[in-house]
Design a protein around this ligand. Sequence first.
Ligand SMILES: N[C@@H](CCC(=O)NCCCC(=O)O)C(=O)O
Length: 262
Amino acid sequence: MKESNSDSILIIGICADVHKQGVHKYHQAGDKYVRALTSVSDKIIPVIIPALFNELSEPAQDKLLSGLDGIMLTGSYSNLHPSYYQSDLPDNDDAQRDPHRDASNWKLIEKVLAADIPLLGICRGFQELNVYFGGSLHHRIHEVPGLMDHREDKSLPLEQQYAYAHPVSLQENGVLAGWFAPRTEIRVNSIHMQGIDKLGDRLRIEASAPDGLIEAFSCPDYQFLTAVQWHPEWQPHNYADNAVVIQGFIQACAEYKNRSSQ
Ligand SMILES: N[C@@H](CCC(=O)NCCCC(=O)O)C(=O)O
């Protein structure tokens, strides 16, 4: 049977952060994450998932996920609370916190993995996934001997903060190596103070920075679980390497949708 136009439309969930503006809290996702999807394909409806997924009933969680073809876990200036991976730690890394997002995404990841829906983690989303799989994070990588400073220079215009900052080398036979072949190195931006210390169980390294920091991983136990420490959502129309990652994710979502409708 011929596919109608609407049959090829993908609905992709994007997790929200909770931010206080004035006296009220808002659930929101950054414009660049939403537009990264619509800018590379006109067949995508991005849907922002409020940061209270864990508070929904189980049937409501399942209903929401049954309508989605992929999930993007975004970056955020807030840090995952260290209690998720380190029980004895004082809450002292001077970071912004988002306990609603922490709890919501923890449950969201559990349910998305159980349903084997394509999952792309970006920056904080990458860190959350690593911790979910039993890994841990450096709190301030710039204070770890031998590691570079991976933070952006906040005094620069945004265009420069999100420009390519360093190369990463791609792991042979990985998902990313397949997307970028025959290249074995790409350039990425760098806007994070935390990073992977211990890699989570069952995760496979996909890319590493020159200082050895793990910058991308996947999990071969799922049809598509890929996460990157950098920001491929930043201007994919201007940064070809960013576009490749977003397109790879969308392709995985399309394949998931095709499989599910058979
Ligand atoms: N807070 C964590 C994660 C860094 C991160 O996700 N930065 C994103 C900044 C805002 C954005 O581009 O959406 C860390 O510092 O390591």
